[in-house]
Each structure stands twice: as C-alpha cells, then as structure tokens.
Design a protein around this ligand. Structure first.
Ligand SMILES: Cc1cc2nc3c(=O)[nH]c(=O)nc-3n(C[C@H](O)[C@H](O)[C@H](O)COP(=O)(O)OP(=O)(O)OC[C@H]3O[C@@H](n4cnc5c(N)ncnc54)[C@H](O)[C@@H]3O)c2cc1C
Length: 255
C-alpha cells in the first residue's frame, strides 16, 4: 500500500515491516535495481533486537534458487548450503512410513530439478542480510502496531504514518508488509479498507470481504522436531538420515 511520492525530486520513502526472509530479500532486490534517476530511501523495521537466527533446515527450491542466481547470491549460498543445488533431477520429497522403523519403507518420491537443496535458515538469513546495501537502514526493536493514511487538503493520501510499540512514529510513501503470517500491516490495511468501504453495521470480524484477512487455524497440525545426530546414532546407527541429508518429512516428521 502506498501514496504517490510528494515530488519527482524527492526520494521515494519505502518502509519494509519485518526483516525476515521476505523483507531482507526485498531490500536486496531494491538495492540491485535502484536507479540513480529514481532515488529511494529504504527503512526496514524489525520488532526483534537483532537478526533472528532461529529455525532449522530450510529447503530452497528451483524457482527460489533462480531468483538467488539473478541476484548474484548463488555462490555465497552454495558455500553456505548443506547440499547446494546441482541442476540435475533429484528427490524433492521422500515419503516414508513412520511405523516401519526396521526397513525404511519408502512409498513415494517426488523428483524435481535441483532436488531439494538444504541449508540452515540462519545461513540464508546471514547471506541476505550481508547483501542489504549499507545505505539502507534497519531499525531494530521497532514493532509496528499500525499505520495511518495521512490525507492532504484535497483529501488524497499524501503519505503513510507508521506507529511503533515504543510510541515513536515514522513516515513512508510505500509500506511493504513482510511481517509474516500474522502480519500487522495486513491487519491495519484491512482495518482502514473496512472503515472506508464496508457498511457501519457490519463488524470487521464478521465482514465477508475483510474477515478472511485474519488467519485462522484450519485444523491441520504438522509436528516437527529436531533430533541430535549423536542421539539418533545411539538409537539407530543405520538410520536412513545418515545415508541422505534429505529432511525426512510427512509421516516421519514427528517420530
Ligand atoms: C517449520 C517450518 C518449516 C519451513 N520450511 C520451509 C522450507 O523448507 N522451504 C521454504 O521455502 N519455506 C519453508 N517454510 C516457510 C518459510 O519459513 C516462510 O515462507 C518464510 O519464513 C516467510 O518469510 P517472511 O519474511 O514472509 O516471514 P517471516 O520469516 O515470518 O518474517 C517476518 C519478520 O517480520 C518480523 N515482524 C513480525 N511482526 C512485526 C511487526 N509488527 N513489526 C516489526 N516486525 C515484525 C518478524 O520478527 C520476522 O523477522 C517453513 C516454515 C515453517 C514454519
């Protein structure tokens, strides 16, 4: 969402809410394709005090890898990857029965170009954050609570005002919500749109258009866990995980 830049000579102020995979990747893209005749000012706002190194393995699929190649990050990512992609067909997903511990019964394999290249999420985040241009600013401990549209004399949106948990504010011409599945930016956007477009008599939570913008649990649960190599070796030194670094998914994930 955004407003037109005030004048052609002014820098377009872009705010990115969230310095996760999406927010950092966008900042890298903006840095690569920014043109001198259209200068931009980029501010990332992240609620945590530093880059979150949480998470475990992440699989990078063909399309994502192609984007990384276009951004020139493939070499750095290959060096960081547990298993870099090699363009040949390989198993993307391997489905095994979790109740057959003796013979590793595989009942389905999905083969795909590049297979499934895996790396630690923290390494992916590191590579992305290293490639965010130093002229862009990342503001830590800046939890966005909402934004407002600021109108000019003609009643048009002139810019956006972001409100943070620490009571501070910031202005932007464009705001990108890269703040995850429970996006505050999306919630705020629908709050504004609901007030503007929908009848007063309809509550936002019951509005046919606006209520689906709030994620709800669909009843499906995925159990995931990490088991240390040493522990698994003690339990089953022949476990399939030692032959392939592929993450074992689906039925096996919770065992
Ligand atoms: C268990 C698990 C395994 C996965 N495995 C894979 C995989 O193998 N391959 C794959 O491609 N994808 C995988 N995914 C999906 C992938 O992690 C997500 O698609 C990706 O993280 C989405 O990136 P994002 O930047 O949109 O959001 P996030 O990574 O959630 O980042 C959002 C960022 O915004 C910040 N933020 C949130 N709210 C605010 C706020 N109000 N103000 C300021 N900052 C805020 C957060 O702190 C965070 O840094 C997996 C997901 C899960 C849960």
């Amino acid at each position: 969402m955004g407003a037109p830049p005030a004048t052609a000579t002014q820098r377009l102020r872009i705010a990115i809410c969230g310095a996760g995979i999406g927010g950092l990747a966008l900042a890298v893209v903006l840095g690569k394709f920014e043109r001198p005749e259209a200068p931009i000012e980029v501010n990332l706002y992240e609620r945590y005090p530093e880059i979150a190194m949480l998470g475990a393995g992440i699989s990078v699929w063909q399309r994502t890898w192609r984007v990384m190649e276009l951004l020139g990050l493939d070499k750095e990512l290959s060096d960081a990857a547990e298993r870099p992609p090699n363009k040949t067909m390989g198993p993307g997903f391997v489905y095994r029965r979790s109740d057959r511990t003796e013979d590793n019964y595989t009942f389905y394999r999905i083969m795909m170009p590049y297979g499934s290249s895996s790396m630690h999420r923290a390494d992916l985040i590191q590579v992305l954050s290293r490639n965010v241009p130093s002229r862009y600013t990342t503001h830590w401990r800046k939890k966005v609570l909402r934004y407002d549209e600021i109108l000019n004399d003609k009643g048009e949106v002139s810019h956006l005002e972001l409100h943070f948990e620490d009571d501070s504010t910031a202005e932007a011409d464009i705001l990108i919500g890269a703040d995850g599945i429970r996006s505050t930016v999306r919630t705020s956007m629908y709050d504004i749109a609901h007030r503007r477009d929908c009848p007063d008599t309809v509550d936002r939570a019951h509005c046919l258009r606006c209520s689906p913008a709030t994620p709800t649990w669909d009843g499906v649960v995925a159990y995931r866990t990490l088991v240390s190599t040493e522990k698994l070796k003690k339990i089953n030194p022949e476990h399939d995980a030692f032959r392939s670094t592929l993450c074992v998914r689906a039925l096996h994930a919770s065992s």
